[in-house]
Design a protein around this ligand. Sequence first.
Ligand code: GLC
Length: 534
Amino acid sequence: MEGVNSSSSISDLDDLARLLDRPRVNIERKRSFDERSFSEMGIFDNVNSPGGWETPVSSARNSFEPHPMVAEAWDALRRSLVYFRGQPVGTIAAYDHASEEVLNYDQVFVRDFVPSALAFLMNGEPDIVKNFLLKTIQIQGREKRIDRFKLGEGAMPASFKVIHDPIKETDSINADFGESAIGRVAPVDSGFWWIILLRAYTKSTGDTSLAETSECQKGMRLILSLCLSEGFDTFPTLLCADGCSMVDRRMGVYGYPIEIQALFFMALRSAMSMLKHDAEGKEFMERIVKRLHALSFHMRSYFWLDFQQLNDIYRYKTEEYSHTAVNKFNVIPDSIPEWVFDFMPLRGGYFIGNVSPARMDFRWFALGNCVAILASLATPEQSASIMDLIEERWEELVGEMPVKICHPAIESHEWRIVTGCDPKNTRWSYHNGGSWPVLLWLLTAACIKTGRPQIARRAIDLAEARLLKDGWPEYYDGKSGRFIGKQARKFQTWSIAGYLVAKMLLEDPSHLGMISLEEDKQTKPVIKRSYSWT
Ligand code: GLC
């Protein structure tokens, strides 16, 4: 691995940055999309036009006649807008008046705002996204403490609330960096989503001036300092506490969760394309290139699971010492759960939930796998395999409502131990095997990138049969996602925005460029996975 790392230089960095900074519409679609399936659907006709509902669509099948739900969704999304001194700066998590308990659903969550932001960008309304990016970078600058402990400077908030004082007629912001969150965990994903969104804004508008401001450059460097700092790590993956991302409760995702690793990878690559080539920027770019090499090798080798790999692990020897060990993390084959043998199709594969010493969490997590495709953390072959798996295991991973957050659910004794008896995360509910409509946009984006739009179409059809009628729930429960979630909010903004983004992506696939990165030759593994294990 050292050999790989030392091969990077600043001139490589320039090439890489140029590669990542290509204009939105042209190349990305050509290389990734199955043009045949798109032209059959009649949607390449408008690929060079700006996004938006005014865009004329020439489709023989009229498959993009605006669905009546689309207008309803836009109305609901606009109702969720949050203003600071008269300017829109985000969207509230849920606009659910029927719910007695507001908790923190009246706040703007950074991760929840991402699909809203993409919807606004795709609709040609970038200002709110710019306001949000600037507001959150200001909040990042605050000192943050949990009890007497001071958090790292770069930490981004999980959420913030605008407090309006009607007497003084002033607005102020109250942010939560984990100090109020249930479980007191700081969100590791917020900073990554922020960087990813800054790139989306830049790609979609062509306006590089925001990313170039000293505030944004500094904001990026602070986030990067936090996650690139050296410590006792022996792996390039990022060590996390349970509940530090979308799954923000104890769910056994501590360690090296796929969701964070995929977002980390995507944020590093996004930052590469936006950091200035000044002395400070170049120093970070060098560190990023090294980390990307090691991270992609590690993920593609050790997190990847397909039939062959499962069989290899099943036959592992244990207690191997030294560099020649095949079973590097000393995973005991008896720890492989029964379900995975039935679940794993001959065709297909995925990045498993977590890998650490003597521990492989074989659960499927949708967000991490979709982001891995979008960021090109997955090789083209792996991306295609993930889509194969989704097709082969449709009942389990999509069922009646897209998309299952993870599979399978944890039950009984394991649920007691792993979740700490969490009544909200009972089997097939919420984070424990629940179905989250917000994930529809990620699935759709991954489908488009891998040239499989028909899979997205099928998932969107399922959502359209119920989402509006059910009042845009936050999540669904049950093995196949048939029931509105036990404690699900209604009018959950990211369910609404996720649907809109999925629709717009399918209508105009050129939007994909703002949220997708092409494979970067420099992070290509030197050794292919199949050889690395033999
Ligand atoms: C829940 C979800 C979290 C989301 C928040 C606001 O806590 O687990 O991912 O950001 O609600 O919708």
